[in-house]
Design a binder for this molecule. Structure first.
Ligand code: NDP
Length: 453
């Protein structure tokens, strides 16, 4: 397995993949570790998670540089990612026990009935490269604290991050086998997931990979949580505060060089505000600094893999052919590294690739609509249903519009974000299940009914 720096296109390091024997040993260790780990008081597991936050903070700069080197994230954003991982650990270090406390069912007077939450065992996490630390900690913090053990199959382009995360848990004093990184390719996932010692799986990534994992898990009757792509609508209504909407729109689309499932991808703007929005948004995007992700001032780095540049450019060209107007960018940058120019497409038709497909890079599609009703209709005209953002000065109106949107979350006058305190996940082709908050920690547990007569 080899990591390559997407900014320089040079190899960083080679890693030996795990053999069949290594995988077997890891599964055995995880099974043994589970028996001890689940029996410990949850307070002890919470304390350990607090220690993970400390390790993350102590070595934040080292981890941030590793993230930037392996997948090209601008360094300032990489630091924020590590900080956010510490936050999710602290969140569950404080709230896990409350989220998993027994729930007495008062509706049954003739018996003592309750729901108790018990861990399942080894949970396989198939994770992507775009937030190589955050995606893993978002899974691991609640799942391990609930008493499960974790097996990480990380994306093949971030093996250094995968091993660093395993090391973080070891440094925080987790017993061997509670968190294990498997350096394996995607073709090994089916076999690992089919193994009786693995009880459930979570995947964040493409729709294709999600279907594959769900297919195997379905056959073996194992629980899954899937967090797949998104083509998030960002609705700007006629009474929106355009200053804040434009500023937030730029962050919502171009953060992480546009490689985020929850990024706003379709900007749906009501007629009265359309021209001004397009002008101001395009001008603000033109100000973004593209460059070396290791430099402090960089806003936009390279895409994580060379093939992503080709795929994105095809979507842009296809959208222009379908009738979209190119306001900015629309080309690969002529320099070493997988760079694509920050791009704005306006007047995008509903049939264009930028409307129907997920664009995973610095490309925004702006659509004009006559009114609120058309905005909602267009927002829902998508295979995806992850997150949506609505902009209006009238908070009640925002809530009413939000209730009509077919997505796992709606944020009014805020960008879509994954925050440890609120549930996160999608519907439709964006997947199912929830991560984070109380709902997230209750995914990989047996919600056992206990009836005592
Ligand atoms: P993938 O879905 O291929 O990769 C995500 C993870 O799934 C990786 O660990 C990968 O392993 C694994 N994987 C891939 N194929 C299979 C399979 N058949 N069975 C089991 N596991 C598999 O994403 P890409 O990196 O190729 O990105 C492609 C597109 O996916 C993006 O353009 C974007 O649309 C979407 N995506 C969405 C993300 C999100 O946050 N929801 C994150 C990343 C991508 P390996 O690396 O070894 O192939």
């Amino acid at each position: 397995m080899q990591s390559t720096n997407p900014a320089t296109e040079r190899p960083v390091r080679e890693y030996e993949s795990h053999s069949d024997g290594d995988i077997d040993e890891a599964l055995e260790r995880a099974t043994t570790a589970f028996e001890d780990w689940r029996a410990r008081p949850i307070e002890e597991r919470q304390t350990k998670l607090g220690d993970v936050a400390t390790v993350l903070r102590e070595n934040a700069e080292e981890y941030a540089r590793l993230i930037t080197t392996e997948m090209g994230k601008p360094i300032a954003e990489a630091r924020s990612e590590v900080e956010k991982c510490a936050w999710v650990c602290e969140y569950y270090a404080e709230h896990a026990a409350a989220h998993l406390s027994d729930e007495r069912l008062a509706t049954i007077p003739e018996a003592d009935t309750k729901v108790v939450y018990e861990p399942l065992g080894a949970v396989l996490a198939v994770m992507p490269w775009n937030y190589p630390f955050w995606q893993v900690f978002r899974f691991a913090a609640p799942t391990l604290t609930a008493g499960n053990v974790g097996l990480l199959k990380h994306a093949s382009n971030v093996p250094g991050c995968a091993l660093a995360i395993e090391e973080i848990f070891a440094e925080a004093g987790y017993p061997e086998g509670v968190f294990t990184t498997l350096l394996v390719g995607s073709s090994d996932v089916e076999r690992v997931l089919a193994d009786d010692r693995v009880k459930a799986a979570t995947l964040t990534g493409s729709e294709y990979a999600g279907r594959k994992v769900a297919e195997t898990a379905g056959y073996h009757l194992k629980k899954t949580v899937l967090e797949l792509g998104g083509s998030g609508p960002f609705l700007v209504l006629d009474d929106a505060d355009l200053d804040t909407a434009v500023e937030t729109a730029v962050t919502a689309r171009y953060m992480n060089t546009g490689q985020s499932c929850i990024a706003a991808k379709r900007f749906i703007v009501v007629d009265d505000a359309y021209d001004e929005f397009v002008d101001r948004f395009t001008a603000a995007v033109a100000e973004l600094t593209v460059g070396d992700p290791a430099a402090e001032e960089t806003d936009i780095g390279p895409l994580a893999k060379g093939k992503f540049v080709d795929e994105l450019h095809e979507q842009v060209e296809g959208s222009i052919e379908a009738g979209a107007s190119l306001e900015l960018g629309g080309e690969r940058l002529d320099r070493t590294g997988h760079y694509y120019a920050p791009t704005v497409l306006a007047d995008v038709p509903r049939s264009a690739p930028a409307a129907c497909e997920e664009t995973f890079g610095p490309v925004a599609a702006v659509f004009g609509v006559d009114d609120e009703r058309e905005a909602v209709d267009l927002a829902n005209d998508s295979r995806f249903g992850l997150g949506a953002s609505v902009w209006t000065e009238d908070r009640d109106r925002g809530e009413q519009v939000g209730r009509q949107l077919e997505t796992g979350s709606v944020f009014v006058n805020e960008l879509v974000k994954s925050d440890p305190r609120v549930p996160f996940g999608g519907i439709k082709a964006s997947g199912y299940g929830r991560e984070l908050s109380k709902q997230g920690i209750r995914e990989f547990v047996n919600r056992k009914t206990l009836w005592v007569q």
